[in-house]
Design a protein around this ligand. Sequence first.
Ligand code: PLP
Length: 435
Amino acid sequence: MVELSLAQLHPSLDDPVLLSMNLLNDIASDHPQAVSFAAGRPYEEFFRVEQLHDYLGTFVTHLTEVVGLTDEEARRTVFQYGRTKGVIHDLVARYLEIDEGITVDPDAVVVTVGSQEAMFLTLRSLRVSPQDVVLAVTPTYFGLTGAARLLDMPVLDVGDGDGGLDLVDLEHQVAAARARGQRPRALYLVPDFSNPTGVSLDLATRTALLDLAADLDLLIIEDNPYGLFHADPGTRPPTLKALDTRRQVVYVGSFAKTGLPGARVGFVVADQPVVRDGRTAGTLAEQLSLIKSNVTLNTSPVAQAVIGGKLLRHGCSMLAANKREIEVYRANLRRMLAGLTARFGATGSVTWNTPAGGFFVVLTVPFTVDDRSLHRSARDHGVIWTPMHHFHTGMTSSHQIRLSFSLLDDASIDEGLDRLTAFVTAEAQAFGHSA
Ligand SMILES: Cc1ncc(COP(=O)(O)O)c(C=O)c1O
């Protein structure tokens, strides 16, 4: 039998960053009875199989009645191999205009297999030589770090400061990288309800970042899967892409939280002009499309049709499509914050942040949390969560826990918080701290 040595396979395959997702999934499936604050999944109680048929039909009807395709052409659009940049690019552009105030040419949109593929394509295009590096606001979503590892592209940490981004550190990291001979290509961040911290950048920081990135000659990769889930929509600042007058921002979007994750549909807006020998060669989107044609050929048109139909059913607004879900997320965030206050408010040694929306809250405890503590929490207390070290590129130890509340109902939030309190109390006692 052929035996392959892991040492002879790509080094990322032995990298803890790539193993994070599997490890966390394994703990969840080993403890099916546990209350889970771990999964960053959208609320699923409103999912209905009939919706898939309805959305698919709505999209095909749109193709014939609005776009003007014949029945045969419409059938081919959904059944056949298709356009590399996607078949719902115009609907995505309308959605961006309506929900995000972002105006883009639909031709600058590449529909991808989740935003994960969008990140991979973007990093692939920017990693030209071993000097090319990407910066990421840390703690960082491990999808970005994982994609970078697969491409042998170093990820340099930038501090998140008090407000979600430390601009002084960004300048410092870029200068230090250049002094080492590295070439920082882009800064990756999630400006709205970040995964894992739940923190959002205020408007002043957003405009200061755009100015600084221009001075530093740095692209920005804005990843925005949670932006529509604001607990108080009136106060939401514009996305970086909406503020982008210099085409500095490559905008990565996902329909996993607003559409349905099973469709695996995301997209990237890459409207940066590209030149070859002084002559225009289209936009970055064309280049990403070329890479995509050699990775996944095209995003499943069936899946795109489902997302396209959902958009059409709601006037191209995912905000409208998610009215009920947004109410759930709001109520859950309130319940989490009140529940944490009731249980830990008097301790002084256990603290948490207060995000303005999204799926996540971060709890800080007076002892180190790692995967072994997570095992104890699951086994002895029936509650799981995500240790924050999974979001640090060097897996550095941490006193923090990411709590996700998007999938839960009232009773499980209360039960989960009771169990979490028992875990925190037991660990604090075992490690000689008071909680
Ligand atoms: C920051 C961030 N980006 C992107 C995604 C979603 O990626 P995809 O569209 O590939 O499901 C997630 C999901 O957890 C996320 O937290």
